[in-house]
Design a protein around this ligand. Sequence first.
Ligand SMILES: Nc1ncnc2c1ncn2[C@@H]1O[C@H](COP(=O)(O)OP(=O)(O)OP(=O)(O)O)[C@@H](O)[C@H]1O
Ligand SMILES: [Mg+2]
Length: 325
Amino acid sequence: MTADADIIDGLRGAGLVGEGDVVLEPLTGGVSCDVWKVETPSGPIVVKRPLEQLRVAAEWHAPIERGQSEVRWLRRARGVDAHMAPEVLAELPGYGFAMRFLPDCPVWKDELMAGRVDVDFAAAVGRGVAAVHAATANNSADRDAFPNDAMFRALRVDPFLIYVAEHDAELAPVLRALADDLSSRKIALVHGDVSPKNILVSSDGPVFLDAECAVYGDPAFDVAFCTTHLLLKAVWSGDARLNEAAAALVAAYRSAVDWEDVDGLLLRAGKLTAALLLARVEGKSPAPYLTDPEHKRIVRDQARTLIVAPSPIDVLVANWKRNLV
Ligand SMILES: Nc1ncnc2c1ncn2[C@@H]1O[C@H](COP(=O)(O)OP(=O)(O)OP(=O)(O)O)[C@@H](O)[C@H]1O
Ligand SMILES: [Mg+2]
């Protein structure tokens, strides 16, 4: 039986499709997973199944059990706010799963790249990320449900922080210390891939997808990861509204932090943002749109300075330059 036949059998077993022909229509994206849209008698669904080998230039393996982490995160987030994630309909063979398809919801990255920058939406993203952190902070049940440290190391710590450290002797000690600190903190449920390409714009606010890297860890990572994307796009487009969007995201996030000292959290997020910015120009997973050497230089110069002399993330965002004059 082919893998696809396996999936179709799983959909039949779950009662999602009947005995007739089932068409798996590939959706865009799919660096780490097969993602299909499937028409069913009760409306369109999305079927997602993790790949053993990611579709990126550098070799990059990750355990396929990450599909299960994603299902758990989606369910947990819906428990916090049902608008925040798609409903999971069934778990399928090979750590695949089916979820409801959300119609008419553009991907936030596409909106941003087309110059449609909604600062209020960015604030809603910050609030959404913080809501999951607040609901899960210092919670032993969540901690036990997401013991995914090995996965987070393989998909986040190693490729983004350690890979750069291995190629940069000067910054290596700081980046390694940052990696150790990130790995040691067990504070709240982290999504792990809060990127505009994993957020749908719905009329009820942001919908978060793609939680394969979910781990019980340091919430600073999520706010740093998403802010990094906005700051990179600000350099790429030169559009000041992207700086404003990043500031709004951080401000909304900040005002929801009630589980720990906010200053400590913002400083950790600032350090991580600096490291992630550098990783997106020199790491294993470079931002695909940042190809102009001048853009890369603007990001690299600021990121290197910030790694050596860190600022809290709100200060970092306020000082971020889209161009160096
Ligand atoms: N429930 C859904 N409703 C509507 N569209 C969806 C849904 N789930 C996924 N998509 C679409 O499929 C794309 C890929 O989904 P997702 O990010 O989960 O997969 P992925 O393989 O991890 O992708 P990538 O590696 O490119 O980030 C999303 O960007 C979105 O356009
Ligand atoms: Mg994705």
